[in-house]
Design a protein around this ligand. Structure first.
Ligand SMILES: NC(=O)c1ccc[n+]([C@@H]2O[C@H](COP(=O)([O-])OP(=O)(O)OC[C@H]3O[C@@H](n4cnc5c(N)ncnc54)[C@H](OP(=O)(O)O)[C@@H]3O)[C@@H](O)[C@H]2O)c1
Length: 258
């Protein structure tokens, strides 16, 4: 396998941390098999509130608050000091609830501050990251069959046609807006940044702090561990071609209707 440089945004979250672990595991296996290309993989991972204690060879922690464009720009400038290119970007940051706000059950619970915070973190962030990372993605060695990746973890509840239950205004709307933003980006980059696959993904229902208040109705076999979800999402990304840019897919690689 060719050496790749990865950027995991939100490397301390449930799914993000599992992504980092899965990529380190690949590197470990490559070392054992003397696959020198994969063994030289570099993983850049961002943290928000505090840098984790966790360290490993070829893993570089960078501070990034995705609700602040200056912080995004600074983090990417720091990465530019360390490498010429990034091959894969996976944004695993997301917001469903805070200590002060739960997802809305009814419109009367809608609050401007929480709605705008959800839009900023779930929808706007990937666009700002794309804006600043473009020069590093442009330098990746890639082809139509082996494209660079710009993936964001979205959510099935961001699908407008799949919406049967209602509720969760801020989360649903911000994920739908994210999906539109990434579709738009895929069209622009098809012209200006060839052979990059822009994709939004549904990770399944995953056992993390984000989903923990909402797991009671989920059957055990439908509640994924972060490690399982991350492994499935990475396998889907491994199989992507540039022609699949602009897609909304789940952890099994199945397309989700917009
Ligand atoms: N878990 C599920 O069942 C499920 C289902 C569908 C979709 N998803 C999506 O999957 C993605 C990952 O979710 P998860 O379950 O892994 O959630 P999680 O464990 O809560 O992780 C979310 C991450 O986002 C980070 N974050 C929040 N605000 C940030 C900010 N302003 N700047 C930078 N980072 C920030 C958090 O870091 P701090 O704690 O340091 O702020 C945390 O690392 C999200 O987009 C979520 O919507 C999850």
């Amino acid at each position: 396998m060719k050496q790749k440089n990865y950027l995991i945004i939100g490397g301390t979250g449930g799914i993000g941390q599992a992504m980092v672990q899965a990529l380190l595991q690949r590197q470990h296996l490559a070392n054992e098999q003397s696959d020198t290309d994969t063994a030289h993989t570099k993983i850049y991972a961002t943290y928000h509130k505090s840098q984790p204690d966790f360290a490993a060879d070829h893993l570089y922690w960078i501070s990034m608050d995705v609700s602040d464009e200056d912080s995004i720009e600074q983090a990417i400038a720091d990465i530019k000091q360390q490498t010429t290119h990034i091959d894969w970007v996976i944004n695993c940051v997301g917001l469903l609830h805070t200590p002060h706000n739960q997802p809305e059950k009814a419109l009367r619970q809608l609050e401007t501050g929480f709605f705008l915070q959800s839009m900023q973190i779930n929808a706007l962030a990937s666009l700002l990251i794309a804006k600043h990372i473009k020069p590093l993605l442009a330098k990746s060695e890639r082809s139509a069959d082996n494209p660079a990746i710009f993936a964001t973890i979205s959510a099935r509840v961001g699908s407008i046609s799949d919406n049967r239950l209602g509720g969760w205004y801020s989360y649903r709307i911000s994920k739908a807006a994210l999906n539109m933003g990434m579709k738009n980006l895929s069209i622009e980059w098809r012209r200006s940044l060839k052979d990059v696959c822009v994709v939004v993904m549904q990770p399944g229902t995953v056992d993390t702090q984000l989903s923990s208040p909402f797991q009671s109705n989920v059957a055990d076999e439908k509640l994924f561990t972060p490690a399982y979800s991350a492994a499935r999402l990475l396998a889907v990304l491994d199989s992507m071609s540039a022609a699949q840019s602009g897609g909304f897919v789940d952890w099994a690689g199945e397309s989700i209707p917009w």
